[in-house]
Write a protein of this length. Structure first.
Length: 95
């Protein structure tokens, strides 16, 4: 629930709204940073984001790694991501 609170503090609405948008698990990179997706929120079309949670000076810091732009880019990532080769991530969106 702390993660939901922190993502809400990034400007994506109330904790309840963020909890509803955060539908999938997190993936980690080699450095131990965590990444996840929201199905909504973000600027513009509110098509969702990829967010990063990283250790910074003993605390966790949340940032937006990517804002989905809708068609023809992508949007509404309901299923999260999986780790790929060489530090990449793969996922799917509805649009």
């Amino acid at each position: 629930m702390r993660l939901v609170k922190r993502i809400a503090n990034l400007g994506y609405g109330s904790r309840k709204q963020v909890a509803q948008m955060f539908r999938a698990g997190l993936v980690t990179d080699a450095a131990g940073n965590m990444y996840g997706t929201t199905s909504e929120g973000g600027a513009g079309c509110s098509c969702g984001v990829i967010f990063k949670v990283a250790r910074a000076g003993g605390t966790w810091k949340e940032t937006v790694a990517y804002r989905f732009q809708g068609s023809p880019d992508a949007g509404f990532a309901y299923n999260g991501m999986v780790n790929g080769p060489a530090g990449t991530f793969f996922g799917a969106t509805v649009h």
